[in-house]
Design a protein around this ligand. Structure first.
Ligand code: SF4
Length: 632
């Protein structure tokens, strides 16, 4: 967050933090001054994409220049994205500001999705449901800034939802938007003609005026909510003033005479200031002094425990797992259920003598040993966006654009070096990336025998969906042979053997360092703590692994610039945008990405996907080597 002292001291970031909890403010203040936060925000491309499409659906060409105060006073028609407003209250960046014929100015925020038939029932009461409140408050702040900067200029507030009922009426709409967005970012040309009818019914507009009006005037729920967090104010105006004073005291270093009470609760579950390293962060700061176990270096927070009951425990003042009583260890269960993992984690944290460090169940090992060789560890990346890529697709329908596959003969003896890697990424922005990917995958001779291992049901489910569609509608032109192979792969009888690695982990593998979580990242994180498990990394080449081996040895996924599915999806959109707009030098685009070039983006994507499939290989290699174990 950046401060804007020459105007009012508030800004969007402060409002978002303060609405969740007043104790976040000092940490947010330290964050803003102490760290070098990257400008890259992958969701920015999604917001730009939505704004561009929405404005075109209204027959408006998006404006690239900043809007001027004169244009606002004169009521110039048009649409502006990401406009900054400095007001006596503070600073705000409006995601979308537009004015259509016969309408006042509208400040809009995009939300998830909505069925058009739900629009009439989405009244104020619905907008004030717990999940929506924070969005209403951030929009209310933006409207208040606008009103203070331009007193007397009529303005309305809206949420704009991509419509769940929309489906693409032709191929290529997605590429039309992404290419004009790319050209606009690169060369400032927004004059492309788009048929507004193509995007008609793509969005649902919902007025937030009455919810904001209620908040700014009476707002009983708001006063009640503020006092539950420990604020002294109980109206919108007082609260904004209280925040200004609080921020001023943080800036000047003069501590507030009346500190806010520490009231932990469900709002702490997703708070990034709760735990900021060993003995650092809000809970440690407020609890450590009075606690007898305060010497332990790092304490597991209650919200890190899997299973139910965490919120109630926190409300009862139990913040750390080591404050709980551990049950005596039972015999090993036949499958590791979530309640068992929860109890095991408590035993772990209370240093119970029977706490298990690592366990692989006999039946899981037996299952692994019986699987047909070789093993193919497969992972897909997919993109789902509010404007579908293919005619007939609905919004957010996922489309595959990348796969990675590691193939291993399944021999866990130390001298085996049989690992190989293959994959495909839509580098060229092809018309139907899914068809090309399927063709590349199912016609690969190396993948025709053995077991396909994936993490989550998505891979076989999506292949089944494509096979069904191609059976019904026929394959795309030129993919007839790929269709034959795909149908053979997915046949109920005699088709390929798929095994979900997530199910194997869920039912049969436990590692204390996974902290009860089941994802690939905790799995690889736990394996990286074992010299024995990581031994193959020292012997394999970067080509076999698909990424530099030091990444894993030096800190896992954090070394990869693309480190989760969402960033991968947005990075792919940048690649496609660059391709479709002819701008291969993505670094020229203002949707800044922390990379040098188009080629580098492509390499990062390939390495990220390879990391996922290598993680599964490493787990299988480790399991087959250690065999059935229970390590206390
Ligand atoms: S951990 Fe909870 S009490 Fe502490 S700052 Fe975060 S939300 Fe507030």
């Amino acid at each position: 967050m950046t401060d804007k002292p020459e105007y009012g001291s508030l800004h969007d970031g402060w409002i978002a933090e303060a609405f969740r909890c007043p104790l976040r403010l000092p940490y947010a203040h330290q964050d803003a001054h102490g760290s070098d936060v990257s400008d890259f925000e992958p969701k920015r491309i999604q917001r730009a994409f939505l704004s561009e499409t929405f404005l075109r659906s209204q027959g408006v060409t998006p404006q690239l220049d900043s809007i001027t105060p004169q244009q606002i006073h004169q009521g110039t028609l048009g649409g502006w994205m990401q406009q900054s407003i400095q007001s006596p209250l503070g600073y705000t960046r409006l995601p979308l500001l537009f004015r259509l014929q016969d309408e006042p100015w509208v400040i809009a925020q995009f939300q998830g999705r909505l069925w058009p038939m739900d629009q009439p029932v989405l009244r104020q009461a619905h907008l004030l449901k717990q999940k929506m409140k924070q969005y209403v408050v951030s929009l209310a702040y933006r409207v208040t800034c606008f009103q203070r900067a331009y007193p007397g200029v009529p303005v309305r507030a809206e949420f704009i939802f991509p419509s769940s009922g929309y489906f693409a009426k032709s191929d290529g709409l997605f590429d039309q938007v992404i290419s004009s967005l790319g050209e606009a970012q690169g060369v400032g040309n927004m004059e492309k003609e788009t048929d507004p009818m193509a995007f008609q019914e793509a969005f649902v507009r919902v007025s937030v005026d009455s919810a904001i009006n209620e908040l700014q005037t009476s707002g009983r729920w708001f006063g009640h909510y503020l006092s539950s967090l420990g604020y002294r104010s109980d109206t919108w105006g007082q609260w904004l003033q209280e925040l200004e004073e609080e921020i001023m005291s943080l800036r000047t270093g003069l501590s507030n005479e009346e500190p806010y009470p520490f009231l932990p609760g469900r709002h702490c579950a997703q708070c990034r200031y709760r735990d900021m390293g060993p003995k650092k962060g809000c809970w440690a700061d407020h609890q450590e002094a009075s606690d007898s176990i305060s010497d332990s270096l790092s304490r597991m927070h209650i919200f890190e425990l899997p299973g139910h009951g965490n919120e109630t425990l926190v409300q009862d003042g139990v913040l750390f797992v080591d404050q709980l009583e551990s049950d005596p260890a039972a015999d090993l269960p036949s499958a590791f259920t979530i309640p068992w993992r929860r109890e095991e984690q408590i035993r772990q944290q209370t240093q119970h003598p029977k706490a298990i460090q690592e366990a692989l169940l006999h039946q899981t090992l037996e299952q692994l040993q019986k699987l047909p060789r070789p093993f193919h560890f497969l992972d897909f990346e997919a993109v789902g966006f509010p404007i579908p890529q293919r005619e007939g697709d609905r919004i957010y329908d996922p489309v595959l654009f990348q796969y990675s596959c590691h193939t291993w003969d399944g021999d866990a003896s130390t001298d085996s070096m049989s690992l190989s890697h293959t994959g495909w990424l839509d580098e060229e922005g092809v018309t139907d990336p899914e068809a090309v990917l399927v063709d590349h995958l199912v016609s690969n001779p190396a993948l025709q025998k053995g077991t396909i291992i994936h993490f989550s049901p998505f891979e076989p489910q999506h292949l089944r969906k494509i096979a069904k569609r191609w059976r019904k509608e026929g394959p795309p032109k030129g993919f007839e042979q790929a269709n034959d192979s795909l149908q053979a792969w997915m046949a109920k009888k005699g088709g390929r053997n798929f095994v979900d690695c997530l199910t194997l982990v869920r039912d049969g593998y436990h590692h204390a360092r996974m902290h009860g979580k089941l994802g690939l990242k905790p799995l690889i994180g736990s394996l990286l703590t074992s010299k024995e498990a990581t031994e193959p990394i020292t012997r394999l080449s970067a080509e076999q692994m698909g990424f530099p081996g030091e990444w894993l040895l030096e800190g896992g996924y954090e070394k990869s610039p693309v480190s989760d599915g969402e960033t991968a999806m947005h990075t792919y959109l940048m690649i496609r945008m660059a391709q479709k707009s002819g701008l291969k030098e993505v670094s020229r685009a203002s949707l800044t990405h922390p990379t040098e070039s188009h080629a580098e983006l492509i390499q990062q994507m390939k390495q990220y996907c390879a990391l996922d499939t290598f993680a599964m290989y490493l787990a299988f290699h480790h399991w087959l080597r250690v065999g059935e174990i229970t390590v206390y």
